[in-house]
Design a protein. Structure first.
Length: 156
């Protein structure tokens, strides 16, 4: 974690921004999180530090501008994850329409096909594509199992 903080401090400084205690606290939450978080969830995790929601929004927007985080917009809500320090910089997201969880799709074949599609789109349309946002929507395995169980109960 310390290495990430040092690198973010350098990015902020190199771009003329101060590395404040609030920005570091927000960064820490993102580093420690195993899930994608929206600004209200980050605010809740930082409630003891008394960091306002508007401060969190400003920091996240700055982090986004500097390519430190990536925002995944689902149903008008922005969810954030570390971008430049990710072990898996390109991946597809899945959003469960029942429980609203966001899951990273970890399939090298699917990711490779998406990158090939990006390359083809660039060539055929004379484009430079810098980022890809693909979000599958459906039921996660847990919710799918709940629906199966409910359907089975109805049959009995």
């Amino acid at each position: 974690m310390n290495d990430i903080v040092v690198r973010v401090e350098k990015i902020l400084k190199d771009n003329g921004y101060k590395c404040t205690i609030q920005k570091l606290a927000i960064l820490e939450v993102l580093i420690e999180s195993k899930t994608h978080l929206n600004s209200k969830e980050i605010h809740y995790k930082l409630k003891d530090k008394r960091i306002g929601l508007s401060t969190i929004h400003r920091a996240l927007n700055l982090f986004k501008t500097l390519d430190i985080v990536k925002e995944i917009n689902i149903n008008g809500v922005g969810y954030f994850e570390l971008k430049i320090f990710s072990k898996d910089p390109f991946h597809i997201h899945f959003k469960c329409s029942k429980c609203n969880s966001i899951i990273d799709i970890k399939s090298k074949n699917v990711n490779l096909q998406c990158l090939e599609l990006k390359d083809r789109a660039e060539m055929e349309n004379d484009l430079d594509i810098y980022d890809i946002d693909i979000i599958f929507t459906g039921l996660c395995s847990k919710c799918k199992e709940e629906f199966r169980w409910q359907d089975q109960q109805k049959l009995e």
